[in-house]
Design a protein around this ligand. Structure first.
Ligand code: ACO
Length: 323
């Protein structure tokens, strides 16, 4: 049977860092409030001339090198982003040109913070259908560009960054603990459209759009939907929660993650946490955390990984894989 095996990972974080103390000079906030409510200590912010495509291209090159491949070996690029460089063309097309992966088809996937889970699901479907062999999946965001920097209730939560993985088609025997993606589930409920959104967009005609959020509603739904879909995905992979070695959750808020891991019965020490250094990087947060824990020798080959996210839409989903 065909599996989508992860053969490389990469990441990139912009140089500039804003600590909570730095934030307290911009808005009426403080380190204690931000840390206790969210777990965030700092966030990376893209330079003025640095765009989502720049972050994504750097993470992509890192992943391609870690897989021991060349850009021309990639036949599909899927970029998860909610902060594209331009409304069109796709930022994936720009990344394809930047990294010179000219044998690939490239497109964007928009599912906000769940974007990486959606993109992995699409990539896995392409591989299983025999329509792609080597897929570069990127999550890249410049959330700092869609934040209202005068709104203390949202501007402290987000950061910029990019992460990437390379998936490759691999024929393996189902009965022999295959490595690769074992199950994916993605869901949407558009009735929550207004709970987390930008105030405007291209079709609405306004030039500049900012993030708006009903924090309490997001909190309530995230703490119920992420565990629910995770347990479903574990079951779909014919595993149980005790088989999971690492939870790699979307890094939105430490309290959301704590509530979720308790409901899935995964110990906190088996959870990849990078929120204190990265803040919420939307679609980039899972691949950033995943790459960080691999490069720090915490996640090892053979480990069973559960990834889960929830984002605007609402969208949510989980992926179970053996690394
Ligand atoms: N610094 C200091 N005080 C603040 C700040 C701040 N940065 N932001 C808000 N406050 C104040 C509010 O004005 C309010 O003051 P008041 O009581 O005088 O009116 C008080 O703190 C409490 O505000 P709440 O909004 O009720 O705070 P809450 O406890 O709900 O925490 C938070 C807010 C952290 C956003 C929480 O709702 C949450 O975690 N929601 C989840 C949202 C999230 O993580 N979103 C990320 C994007 S979505 C995603 O990725 C899934």
């Amino acid at each position: 049977m065909l599996y989508s095996k992860i053969i490389g990972t990469g990441s990139y974080l912009p140089e500039k860092v804003l600590t909570n103390d730095d934030m307290s000079k911009l808005v009426d906030t403080n380190d204690e409030w931000i840390t206790t409510r969210t777990g965030i200590k700092q966030r990376h912010i893209a330079a003025e001339d640095e765009y989502t495509s720049d972050l994504g291209a750097k993470a992509a090159i890192d992943a391609i090198q870690s897989a021991g491949l060349l850009p021309e070996n990639i036949d599909l690029i899927i970029l998860a982003t909610t902060t594209p460089d331009n409304t069109f063309p796709s930022t994936a097309a720009k990344i394809q040109a930047k990294i010179k992966a000219f044998n690939s088809t490239a497109f964007d996937v928009q599912a906000v913070c769940s974007g990486f889970i959606y993109a992995l699901t699409v990539a896995d479907s392409f591989i299983k259908a025999g329509n792609a062999k080597t897929v570069l999946v990127i999550g890249a965001e410049t959330m700092s560009r869609v934040i209202d920097w005068t709104d203390r209730s949202t501007c402290v939560l987000f950061g910029d960054g990019a992460g990437a993985v390379i998936l490759q088609a691999s024929n393996q025997d189902e009965s022999s603990k295959p490595s690769g993606i074992l199950s994916t589930i993605i869901k949407t409920d558009g009735r929550y459209y207004d709970a987390l959104k930008t105030n405007s967009g291209p079709s609405m005609g306004n030039e500049k759009s900012y993030l708006q959020m009903s924090g309490k509603e997001v909190f309530k739904i995230a703490t119920s939907k992420m565990p629910e879909v995770s347990l479903e995905a574990i079951k779909k992979a014919n595993l149980s929660p005790s088989d999971v070695n690492w939870l790699v959750p979307h890094q939105a808020n430490v309290r959301i993650i704590d509530a979720a891991l308790k409901k899935i019965s995964i110990p906190a020490e088996n959870t990849a946490m990078t929120i204190s250094e990265h803040a919420n990087t939307s679609a980039a947060s899972i691949p950033l955390a995943f790459d960080n824990f691999i490069k720090n020798n915490k996640i090892k080959h053979g480990d069973v990984i559960l990834m889960t996210a929830m984002g605007a839409g609402f969208t949510w989903g989980s992926v179970v894989l053996r690394y």
